[in-house]
Design a protein around this ligand. Structure first.
Ligand SMILES: [Zn+2]
Length: 74
C-alpha cells in the first residue's frame, strides 16, 4: 500500500514540523501575538518600556510611557 505509507510519512513530517515550530518559538509568543493584534506597542523614548499605543503620552511626536518621563526628557 504505497498511498498508506505516503500518508503516514506526511503525518510524521507534519508532526516534526509542528514540534520544531514549538521548539523555536518562545513560550510567551501566543500572548504577545494577542496583544500585538489588538494594539500597537510603542517604546518609551526615555526608559525604553513598551507601552500600548492608547496609553502613550506623545510629546513633539515622541512616545513616552507617562507624563513624568516626557517631562524628564525635555
Ligand atoms: Zn518611560
Amino acid at each position: 500500500m504505497f498511498i498508506l505509507r505516503l500518508v503516514i510519512l506526511l503525518v510524521i513530517v507534519a508532526v516534526l514540523l509542528w514540534l520544531l515550530k514549538r521548539m523555536f518559538s518562545p513560550e510567551a509568543e501566543p500572548e504577545q501575538l494577542k496583544s500585538d493584534k489588538s494594539e500597537n506597542m510603542l517604546q518609551c523614548k526615555y526608559c525604553g518600556v513598551h507601552v500600548p499605543e492608547s496609553s502613550i503620552v506623545s510629546i513633539n511626536d515622541e512616545p513616552y510611557c507617562c507624563q513624568e518621563h516626557a517631562d524628564l526628557d525635555q
